[in-house]
Write a protein that binds this ligand. Structure first.
Ligand code: BEZ
Length: 237
């Protein structure tokens, strides 16, 4: 059997998040069942005691309350063992400064995955990049346990955390208002009114249908939603 044939199928957007139980720095977790009703960012990092991962963990931990405000929990994973995780997180808190962050305590769970069972299930091991480490994968999982977005970064590039938070807000806004979000959308900018099924609907009929709607053509209609309305709808904390 070729390597490719032996590789497990990678989860895709729209799939149920593969289930697992695991030991973490915060105790056992039963994933995704323990997170029912919440959004989760499940992310992998290549290795403890490495600098890019350290900068990412400090940033995730510093932004944790902002993610929680959008009902979004963080769960990390690497193929290191529990005692390595604990020692690394203690070192981060006691010794590391990065930008304006110091004394940073990581309180979200970090999964130990020395068997690589979870990393393999989620397609986090990419042999062309590394066979013994996970790449920087980010899975956005919704309150029903469905994978809604997947982003991968290589070992050498740290994640963009503004983008991770933007994706959380965008997914929740898309769901709440039944709209789509254009390139680089941020709360307060116009949203796309889906035109699925409206092929052939005249531009002026679309324009009459929703308040504030503007159409460039039958397939490209937008409407305003204020930042206040977005935040009032999706922000929970
Ligand atoms: C890092 O996080 O710094 C890192 C980890 C694995 C390979 C290269 C860099």
């Amino acid at each position: 059997m070729s390597d490719e044939a032996a590789a497990p199928a990678m989860p895709r957007i729209g799939d149920a998040a593969p289930a697992f139980t695991a030991v973490t720095t915060q105790g056992m977790i039963n994933f995704p069942a323990d997170y029912e009703g919440k959004w989760v960012i499940l992310f992998s990092h290549p290795a403890d005691f490495t600098p890019v991962c350290t900068s990412e963990f400090m940033t995730f931990a510093t932004m944790q309350d902002e993610f929680l405000a959008y009902n979004t929990e963080l769960v990390g994973l690497s193929v290191d063992g529990l005692y390595s995780h604990i020692a690394w997180l203690r070192t981060i808190k006691e010794k590391i400064r990065f930008r304006d962050m110091e004394n940073v305590e990581v309180t979200f769970p970090l999964i130990e995955d020395i068997t690589m069972n979870v990393a393999r299930k989620y397609g986090m091991i990419m042999p062309g990049e590394a066979t013994t480490k996970a790449v920087r994968a980010v899975f956005f999982i919704d309150p029903k346990g469905i994978i809604r977005t997947i982003i991968y970064y290589p070992l050498s590039v740290g994640r963009n955390f503004d983008e991770l938070l933007r994706v959380v807000k965008a997914l929740q806004t898309a769901d709440a208002f039944e709209v789509a979000l254009p390139a680089d959308w941020r709360p307060g900018e116009r949203v796309i009114v889906p035109t699925a099924g409206s092929c052939g609907v005249a531009k002026d009929r679309m324009e009459g249908a929703v308040e504030g709607i503007e159409c460039e053509d039958w397939f490209f209609c937008t409407r305003p939603i204020s930042a206040e309305e977005v935040e009032a709808t999706i922000r929970k904390g």
